[in-house]
Design a protein. Sequence first.
Lengths: 379, 262
Amino acid sequence: MNFNLTKEQEMVRKLMREFAENEVKPIAAEVDEEGRFPRETVEKMAKYSMMGIPFPKELGGAGGDTLSYIIAVEELSRICATTGVILSAHTSLAAHPIYQFGTEEQKEKYLKPLAEGKYIGAFGLTEPNAGTDAASQQTTAVLQGDYYILNGTKIFITNGGEADIYIIFAMTDKSKGTRGISAFIVEKNYPGFSIGKVENKMGIRGSSTAELIFEDCKVPKENLLGKEGKGFSIAMQTLDGGRIGIAAQALGIAQGALDECTKYMKERKQFGKPLAAFQGLQWMYADMATKVQAARLLVYSAALKKDENKPFSVDAAMAKLFAAETAMEVTTNAVQIHGGYGYIKDYPIERMMRDAKITEIYEGTSQVQKMVISANLLK
Amino acid sequence: MKIIVCIKQVPDTNEVKIDPKTGTLIREGVPSIINHDDKNALEEALKLKDKYEDVHITVLTMGPPQADVALREALAMGADRAILLSDRAFAGSDTWATAKTLAAAIKKIGEYDLIFCGRQAIDGDTAQVGPQLAENLDVPQITYVTYLQINGKEVKAHRALEDGYQVLITKMPCLLTAIKELNEPRYPSVRGIFEAYNGKQVEVWSSKDIEISLDETGLNSSPTNVRQTFTPSPKGQGMVLDGCGRDTVCELLFKLSEKHFI
């Protein structure tokens, strides 16, 4: 394994850092406070081909690799976790399954505008009764002539309502269980498709989390993604990749909180000396910095394995588990180091702590990651 | 339209820390960036490329091999060709020798319509290389450009002054130096970054590749001698004498003579 980033990856980091500091930071607090989707940021990201980093140029992408994309999510999340998850859900969960499982026509019609950032993408698997138990899908798809007719409800869908293209999972044959699930590409304007409740969340408040309602929604049969009955496998493989994105988001949040502490501990004086001079806080800070770096190595190593086309499910699960728990721990301690100032909205620390929690929950809870790791290693 | 943009890689002064003991800059570990004004120069060239057909942009820099990354960034922003003048013989050049060397490289590049430079570099702050380069190439120059308009072969520019601006018109080929008020530089695109490293080249030219005499380039051929670099010592506390009468004036005269000023 090579721990040195390539020159391209270094330059992508520099670009994303500048972009995050100049374009994202000024609106991060407002986007959080108002729960407003930062569409202007998405448009800027599209302009600089940040919405399709790991896809080939011919398919509208930047011609980059997974690690560069991961670095982009990390750097955005260091400043604003909302922006990080918008990019992660769009790239990993919507564009990537079309890239991996789509037909040439589907790639041309849907992946290209997604990778160019003309469309925003979303992924609809979760249902009221199918959370961690994703196989218990109740949404149905029945083939009638040239269309599949979809009925059911999805909840907690990231980018829901803001996205143009949705990857939707539905039962095409209930008798076959997980082998009866199929995946579909659904456009936002298809008749019978509507957006329900938009959630009011604890964190990542600028990212939209919505309910998707399908009432006799007509989806052209050529929009079946992969083969009928392969939906569950597509969902699981897509989530494997998505987890590296969320792990990168968690890593970015943790690094952002650590950076705030680095600054604050040097500036803030108590008892006549800076916080950085107190050993109790030095030890706390050292543990935080060490865990952030350990998380980074896990996240990058999972991304590298994916780029090398090696199996990466366990790596992605470990990266997400560790990075998410690190983000929660580091942001909690960062609030502690900031004291009262950490608890008020004048500083970004309390937002980071609220944002961190979701990384332990979505795209597989920490407990699910442990199931994935053990199930693979104890086979 | 053929445009040459001269850029310089400089240490990011925002990241520079000062050694509290010696008062000098700590250069180790400081990231290198494209000089700010030079980015404005490049942006203006890129804007012309966005606006007109057949615009070709060559970026040129003189520096150590590490300056490659600055040129790659310029390519990622949209430049077409990149040339790095790198040779031990060029090392230590002052502005006079740098301008001579750049002029020799530009003569080798051949035809051009516009040369853009940044006003000055944040490390040296001389603002001399652009004007010297124009003199060496014997082309008209407009410095401190805040606004630019192209009409065929005619160049109209606003040149910033302390209390206003001049409107100057000249003909191509000419040299312009940009300041930050000219524009807002774009970011490189992610796609541009991957293209800059895969497919595009940075040409490296040594003293043998251009027509330059060794008494026109490098440290020994530079007329500028840097005797010492230092931080000026802080001025002492001032003194205020209250009052307005004869006594105060006497006291002032006494203090001045005490310090041998009068």
